[in-house]
Design a protein around this ligand. Structure first.
Ligand SMILES: Nc1nc2c(c(=O)[nH]1)N[C@H]1C(S)=C(S)[C@@H](COP(=O)(O)OP(=O)(O)OC[C@H]3O[C@@H](n4cnc5c(=O)[nH]c(N)nc54)[C@H](O)[C@@H]3O)O[C@H]1N2
Ligand SMILES: Nc1nc2c(c(=O)[nH]1)N[C@H]1C(S)=C(S)[C@@H](COP(=O)(O)OP(=O)(O)OC[C@H]3O[C@@H](n4cnc5c(=O)[nH]c(N)nc54)[C@H](O)[C@@H]3O)O[C@H]1N2
Ligand code: SF4
Ligand SMILES: [Mo]
Length: 725
């Protein structure tokens, strides 16, 4: 009823010269359903409306989604390639001139070939991102390995989903971000959410979260800050940043102690229980309270609620993952479901709240340093052979595994890597320890950047290539459920901009590698090759044709062939993907963060997001409404801490760590721990909090510890403030 009425209302408002293009948002992993409104006279995008018929988000969108269309015809769009004539201006907006595609391609091909002739094939690198379709991500991997013939490719998911991926691989033997569809969430009895600011970062999940409580179910939230979900939670476990491993072990210990372990499930379908039981024993509520700072009663209450709930879902996001023990945290929280058998059935399971639009698909098809399409491993000769057959190269020609995103910067510093092709990422804002990263970028012999807006990172480039926004191309994206969906083209590329897959094809021609790319002249041709390359892999997309995606409201992978309708629920047969067919309950001892607070740096600095901006902000800081709603960063400080430091609300203070200093306005707020400060990271230049963060990496996932480092605040003397004015 409501649905019909809603659509009628919308339909009634349509202008006669307007068509609707069914698609999804450009930003986060929710991939909310939307219709782009296109003026049929000028064939330009003029607006947006939500899609009520999209089952995951049912007509909901957030402030970023409703303004996303304003990117397409934005005055700041890059319309022609830019070439830098003045190398002394590297790292600034100055020194570029417009050029033709021919001139830009020729220059790139010449410089790339020169560098490779002198320093070897592996002197080039590709740094990419997952705001791109599966087809583009797939072709980026092929472009690096076949076009440039280098081993060095990695991507911004290393700062985002890498710990979830590594943790799931260890626990389940496969990495699909959610074991169940989002349409189950509101039907569960207990939601246990750790390290996710769901209301600001996945806002259109919220109607399902509230529904759990409205139905009499429970919400447990683990976060050092009192986020909107924490405020309404039945239990808020307000831990010290970086101590999740102790908290998760305590939950598992209490679940076992209280008789909530499902011993039949454990015996039939899992391994590792005994060892884990032994490890978690020390994590009594009292001991865990010492490490985490969470009151023992709250820990006991949370474990009791979770244990008694007939169905429960454990969800987490970057709060637990962006730590040096991120992968361990993922497996430790996953243990809660494995020990209680709350998995592999409707309304129970584990989900990471995937960050970027294609954070799931983009990590499966060869942008990662050690992976090939279909989640195949570069270290497995059979996998390599399978991909070689699709690509038409021999296994000897397949480059070796490379290194992770941050480690590529280290190789740049050592001059092992001298050239970079950067696309779809803005590491000059989003990488940790920015003083280091920016100096490395500046010293590169040759850098190319493809983007549709000139980013802070593009300012370090020798050539900037204008790519298109999501609305000017078509392809598939895999949302946070593991559901493959279709992005549709609403407008022709603005100016001379081109989709990334086409740039790869054309550049490969200039590099003398056209034979491997020339047959790909449309997005759907890329899609066909991509599906074939994934065929038979863990992440098998072969059966996910565009047709089927449209017919079924998406297709959950794996989807092996035409007859296969996809896999909404993982592990329904309780078969896991390890050689013994069992899930692994992981025994994980506690260890501290890379940088614990000390006398000199007594505070814990944690970083994250606000609802109005997206990632490095290169897109959202250009949208007037979003910019006005949150124009600058700030540091959140608890009132007692503010009093202790003698600082007031809105006062500018110096926040510093061992790596740098920033000057931020203080937001005095009760919703944070007294020993912790928080800064949103969406801002560039001297406002980037990543000038302060630490580049310590998780040994397993190679994820930087964005969520914890030691910091200190000082008042800025009045005289200095005056001088700065
Ligand atoms: N508005 C908005 N939405 C987004 C994005 C965006 O930039 N803006 N980005 C998208 C992307 S790519 C991502 S990855 C996701 C990120 O989504 P989230 O992970 O939800 O976002 P964050 O703000 O990074 O961190 C989440 C929470 O972790 C908490 N936290 C910090 N340290 C710890 C800790 O040690 N333990 C625990 N348990 N919690 C901790 C923070 O207080 C914060 O509330 O959002 C996606 N959606
Ligand atoms: N301190 C701190 N740092 C963090 C985090 C944190 O929580 N705290 N979170 C980390 C996380 S989770 C993430 S995901 C990273 C993200 O960090 P980035 O990778 O820097 O993310 P974006 O800002 O999305 O950068 C994407 C860039 O590519 C452009 N772009 C978008 N779509 C396309 C496309 O289709 N083609 C091309 N060629 N360009 C495109 C955009 O304009 C933008 O400039 O930041 C990480 N950094
Ligand atoms: S929740 Fe995510 S996908 Fe949905 S409108 Fe907002 S940014 Fe876009
Ligand atoms: Mo992310």
């Amino acid at each position: 009823m409501l649905k019909d009425k809603f659509q009628q209302n919308i339909a009634g408002k349509h202008h006669p010269k307007e068509k609707l293009v069914k698609t999804h948002c450009s930003y986060c992993g929710m991939q909310c359903g939307m219709n782009l409104r296109v003026d049929t006279d000028s064939n330009t995008i003029i607006g947006v409306e939500p899609r009520y018929d999209w089952p995951v988000t049912r007509g909901k969108m957030c402030p970023k989604g409703v303004t996303a269309y304003q990117q397409t015809n934005h005055q700041d769009r890059l319309l022609k390639p830019l070439i830098r004539d003045d190398a002394s201006k590297k790292g600034t907006k100055e020194g570029f001139r417009e050029a033709s595609w021919d001139e830009a391609y020729d220059l790139i091909a010449r410089r790339f070939k020169e560098l490779q002739a002198e320093y070897g094939k592996d002197t080039l690198s590709v740094f990419s991102g997952v705001s791109m379709t599966n087809e583009k991500c797939y072709l980026t991997g092929k472009f690096a390995r076949v076009g440039l013939q280098t081993r060095y490719i990695d991507y911004n998911g290393r700062f985002c989903m890498a710990s979830a991926a590594a943790g799931f691989l260890r626990s389940f033997g496969i990495d699909r971000g959610s074991t169940l569809p989002w349409t189950d969430i509101h039907q569960t009895d207990c939601l246990f959410i750790a390290g996710s600011n769901t209301a600001e970062c996945h806002p259109t999940s919220m109607f399902r979260v509230w529904e759990v409580q409205n139905r009499g179910g429970y919400l447990i939230v683990v976060d050092p800050r009192e986020t909107p979900i924490a405020r309404r939670a039945d239990v808020h476990l307000d831990l010290r940043p970086g101590t999740d491993l102790a908290l998760a072990n305590c939950m598992v210990n209490l679940l076992i102690q209280n008789g909530h372990a499902d011993h039949e499930y454990i015996a039939n379908y899992t391994s590792g229980f005994e060892e884990t039981q032994e490890i978690v024993k020390v994590f009594t509520p009292e001991y865990t309270s010492e490490i985490t700072g969470v009151a023992p009663e709250k820990l006991i209450r949370a474990a009791e609620i979770f244990g008694k709930a007939p169905n429960a879902i454990v969800m987490f996001a970057r709060g637990i993952e962006q730590q040096v023990k991120g992968a361990d945290n993922v497996s430790a929280y996953t243990n809660m479901c494995l020990v209680t058998g709350k998995i592999g059935r409707p309304k129970s399971g584990v989900a990471t709240l995937t960050g970027q639009g294609n954070g799931q698909g983009g990590r499966e098809h060869g942008q990662k340093s050690d992976l090939l399409p279909g989640y195949r491993k570069l270290t497995n000769p059979k996998h390599v052979q399978e991909v070689c057959e699709v690509w038409g190269i021999t296994p000897e020609e397949m480059p070796l595994p490379g290194v992770s995103a941050f480690e590529m910067f280290e190789l740049m510093e050592q001059k092992t890597i001298r050239g970079m092709y950067l696309l779809c990422s803005n590491p000059a804002v989003s990488a940790p320890h920015l003083n280091y990263v920016r100096s490395v970028l500046k010293d590169l012999d040759f850098m190319v950047c493809a983007d549709f807006f000139l980013s802070e990172s593009a300012e370090f480039a020798d050539v900037v290539l204008p790519s298109v926004t999501w609305s000017e191309d078509e392809g598939t994206v895999t949302n946070l459920e593991g559901r493959i969906i279709k992005i549709n083209k609403a407008q022709e590329p603005l100016g001379e901009s081109k989709p990334d897959w086409l740039i790869h094809v054309e550049l490969a021609e200039r590099l003398g590698r056209g034979d491997y790319f020339r047959h790909l002249q449309t997005a759907s041709q890329v899609a066909d090759e991509f599906r074939l390359a994934s065929k038979g892999g863990y992440a098998d997309y072969y059966g996910a044709t565009w047709d089927k995606i449209d017919r079924q409201d998406g297709v959950f992978w794996p989807c092996k062939d035409e007859a296969d309708t996809g896999t909404p629920y993982m592990f329904e047969d309780h078969k896991y993907f390890h050689p013994d067919g069992r899930a692994k309950i992981c025994a994980l001892p506690y260890r501290p963060s890379a940088e614990e607070p000390c006398e000199e740096y007594p505070l814990r600095l944690t970083t994250g997001r606000v609802v109005y901006h997206y990632l490095s902000g290169n897109q959202t800081r250009r949208i007037p409404f979003l910019r006005d709603m949150c124009p600058e960063p700030y540091v959140e400080v608890h009132p007692e801490t503010a009093q202790q430091y003698g600082i007031a609300h809105d006062e500018v203070v110096r926040l510093f760590t061992r790596r740098g200093e920033c000057f931020y306005k203080v937001k005095v707020i009760e919703a944070i721990r007294k020993d912790t400060v928080f800064v949103p990271y969406h801002y560039g230049y001297e406002q980037s909090v990543n000038l302060l963060t630490i580049a310590a990496l998780d040994p397993m996932s190679r994820m930087p510890e964005f969520k914890v480092c030691a910091a200190q605040i000082t008042k800025v003397p009045a005289a200095a403030k005056e001088a700065a004015r």
